[in-house]
Ligand binder design. Structure first.
Ligand SMILES: Nc1nc2c(c(=O)[nH]1)N[C@H]1C(S)=C(S)[C@@H](COP(=O)(O)OP(=O)(O)OC[C@H]3O[C@@H](n4cnc5c(=O)[nH]c(N)nc54)[C@H](O)[C@@H]3O)O[C@H]1N2
Ligand SMILES: Nc1nc2c(c(=O)[nH]1)N[C@H]1C(S)=C(S)[C@@H](COP(=O)(O)OP(=O)(O)OC[C@H]3O[C@@H](n4cnc5c(=O)[nH]c(N)nc54)[C@H](O)[C@@H]3O)O[C@H]1N2
Ligand SMILES: [Mo]
Length: 654
């Protein structure tokens, strides 16, 4: 069967290269492209189900205008000409009345393609719209890393095979990093020990020799305790610290505050467990921390990342093959996207709205200019963003003109005044760079878009004309933009650029040892102040709610796929068995989770061990009353990031 090259566009560190099998104009199968040495021939269940999503009868194929109440989901087809005239007319009227800041774009990562993900930023900057601060995912982790490591990259995933002690820290490989599993097996075959540090026994426990269940939000205290033991027992590499770090003496002077006995009240861990972990870390030849992001979505997520980032420096792990961290910043920006984002057009002092605070923004809280027009593209805030009830109230506002560019009727699209039909990646041209390793791939469409579907780029070109925007960006083609991005890359050789432009996936090796990319070339352990720990946001309710990724969906993507939804099953929370027993709950019962923001009813699952006092909700389900009705729009300490794992709830029988 003939196949065409394509690539996974989803927001996942794996960045898989794919082969698409097309028969009579239909996508019939998606497999892994062996030309990518990391992701090879294996592909996840989500992508195997892609043909079903692409050819689903539920797809939106024409522009639609709302015909019922907001949220009701009744729409009638209109032409692109009518839709674009209406958008331009409404926007021009609102801009004349309130100024351009009344227009708020809302996008995140439905597609990771360089052109389709980023071109809207240039478009809205050219209009002078409110700026969206896009910190929905792991910006707390990035900001904490940045203070210690600057722009340094960490390991490529295959280098984990050289480690002799792997800590899977807040990372669930079967859900989010499946191609690391065979690499971890290689490491174990060579004698490596693997320890999982999570708040519940995820499927990654099967890959580990030991599982340590930590209290959410306590990881920074745990890391500082490990540093205390390493320093007190002589496991630190003083020569490495002296040559490659600043601030070690200042940090060391604080460590007596963080003995395993003192931090036990925070971590809930036996001091001997922490001591044994620290000693194993100190004795390992090349310890590697595979760092996920769940822990960082907390009020103290940035500072916690600083504490974890200090560990490899303390033992000189970066100087050893396989030592260090994987999962924080595993690829530099291989291409410069300013071509699409047009940062030079950003108006000084323009109104900024944090992506996590859409609910408050739509209620006008803290804004100079009220938002009267919202344009949502490749994002589904009614499902994925904290503060769901406030968002739904905002979206229901009669004086808000909402346009949603989508593939099917998401929770957000239900509230649109106009819906514009969007493509799957097999119908578009784009350039993909993975954030989990150094990979770049240029992709051409393998199918014609169905109906009247238009890509993000095509819509912005159309709207630029309708709005009278004369910027030269919108005169170009996607192919020309991809070519310019590739040709401008300082990371690729001329030969690699040619290979990229023919559609081959190109994977780059990282240098060893990795350069420390800070202004002074040093790792900073006490800048601006020694690394510390402080409590997460918390709240009065007895349980801490943690949101974890589901294996069969990706955020709210793939909710459109019936087969995957069936595999994932009904909405449920996992909890600690003793906690459940104390509430009279058994496996399969229904419970109500509540706090001051909202209420959610779902199944209780007791099939996996969960740290005491924790409830875990995997996945993002459709509909109101889902988990983000319980999560606050509060921001993290560093990076103004989501704190969706830092919320308290009460639990009772339904
Ligand atoms: N199948 C699937 N794949 C995905 C996604 C998905 O939803 N499903 N999401 C995609 C996206 S957008 C991203 S950002 C990436 C990464 O997605 P992430 O959500 O960052 O997932 P992980 O890196 O696996 O880390 C999550 C783990 O952190 C744990 N955790 C939560 N709080 C704490 C804590 O305080 N301490 C500790 N030690 N652990 C904690 C959770 O229990 C969970 O097992 O994956 C991408 N890939
Ligand atoms: N409770 C809870 N909340 C979460 C998470 C969680 O695990 N649990 N995960 C968090 C994380 S890590 C992240 S990164 C965010 C993700 O938040 P989002 O980036 O909003 O991700 P998705 O839910 O995947 O929604 C993306 C939407 O884009 C659409 N789309 C895809 N491609 C295109 C395209 O080319 N054009 C257009 N116009 N639309 C397209 C898809 O159909 C889909 O509806 O959610 C966060 N929220
Ligand atoms: Mo994410």
């Amino acid at each position: 069967m003939p196949t065409d090259r394509t690539a996974c566009p989803y927001d996942c560190p794996e960045g898989c290269s794919l082969l698409a099998e097309v028969q009579d104009g239909r996508l019939t199968a998606v497999t892994g492209d062996p030309a990518n040495p990391y992701t090879g021939g294996w592909v996840c269940a989500k992508l195997r189900a892609l043909p079903q999503a692409v050819h689903s009868p539920e797809r939106i194929l024409t522009p639609l205008r709302r015909a019922g109440k907001k949220g009701e989901g009744r729409f009638v087809p209109v032409s692109w000409a009518e839709a674009s005239e209406e958008i331009a007319g409404r926007w021009k009227g609102l801009i004349a009345r309130y100024g351009p800041e009344t227009l708020l774009p809302y996008s995140y990562a439905g597609t990771m393609g360089a052109v389709h993900r980023n071109c809207g930023e240039g478009f809205f900057r050219a209009l002078g719209a409110s700026e969206l601060v896009r910190t929905l995912c792991s910006s707390g982790k990035s900001a904490g890393w940045q203070t210690v490591m600057g722009n340094s990259c960490d390991l490529s995933p295959w280098e984990v095979a050289c480690s002799d002690l792997v800590l899977l820290w807040s990372a669930n490989l079967p859900a989010t990093r499946a191609h690391l599993i065979p690499i971890l097996r290689q490491a174990r075959e060579r004698g490596a020990r693997v320890v999982l540090l999570d708040v519940y026994e995820t499927p990654s426990a099967r890959l580990a020799d030991e599982t340590i269940l930590v209290r959410p939000g306590s990881d920074g205290a745990l890391a500082l305790s490990m540093l205390q033991v390493l320093a007190a027992e002589g496991y630190t590499e003083e020569a490495y610290l002296a040559a490659h770090t600043t601030g070690w003496q200042a940090l060391k002077a604080t460590l007596d505050r963080w003995t395993p006995e003192i931090t036990q009240v925070v971590t809930g861990l036996e001091p001997e467990t922490v001591r044994a972990l620290a000693r194993a870390y100190g004795r390992a030849a090349a310890p590697c921390i595979v760092l996920g992001s769940g822990f960082s979505r907390s009020g103290n997520g940035g500072e916690t990342t600083r504490a974890i980032a200090a560990l490899p420096a303390a033992v000189g792990a970066w100087a050893k093959r396989g030592g260090g961290t994987y999962g924080v910043c595993s690829a530099p920006n291989l291409v410069d996207k300013s071509l699409l984002k047009l940062p030079e057009l950003a108006r000084p002092g323009v109104q900024r709205v944090n992506i996590n605070q859409l609910g408050p923004a739509l209620a006008g809280e803290g804004l100079r200019t009220p938002i009267h027009a919202l344009y949502v593209y490749h994002a589904n805030p009614a499902a994925v963003t904290s503060g769901q009830n406030a968002i739904l109230r905002g979206l229901a506002r009669e004086d808000l003109f909402t346009v949603v560019h989508e593939r099917y009727l998401t929770d957000t699209a239900r509230y649109a005044d106009l819906i514009l039909p969007a493509p799957y990646m097999v119908e578009t041209e784009d350039l993909y760079t993975s954030y989990g390793y150094r990979q770049i791939q240029y992709v051409r469409p393998v199918l014609a878009p169905p109906g009247e579907v238009k890509s993000n780029w095509e819509v912005f070109v159309l709207l630029a004309r309708a709005m009278g925007l004369a910027h030269p960006l919108f005169e170009r083609s996607v192919g020309a933009l991809c070519r310019e991005l590739v040709e401008g890359s300082p990371w690729l050789t001329a030969e690699q650029k040619d290979r990229v432009l023919t559609g081959e996936p190109v994977v780059l090796e990282a240098p060893f040892p990795l350069p420390v990319e800070t202004a002074d070339g040093k790792i900073h352990l006490a800048d601006p102040a020694p690394i510390t720990w402080y409590p997460p946001h918390g709240g009065p309710e007895p349980f801490r709610l943690v949101c974890a990724p589901a294996v069969h969906t990706l955020n709210s993507s793939f909710n459109e796929c019936r087969a995957l939804a069936a595999l994932r099953g009904e909405m449920a929370v996992r909890m600690n068995r003793a906690d459940a027993a104390a509430l009279g709950l058994t496996h399969g019962d229904r419970a109500v989770l509540s706090n001051e923001l909202g209420e959610m009813t779902c199944l209780v699952s007791l099939d996996r061990e969960v740290a005491p006092g924790v409830v875990v909700a995997e996945g993002v389900y459709p509909g109101p009353g889902t988990v983000n009705c319980l999560t606050h729009p509060r921001l993290s300490d560093l990076g103004a990031a989501t704190t969706l794992n830092d919320n308290r709830v009460s639990v009772r029988r339904a």
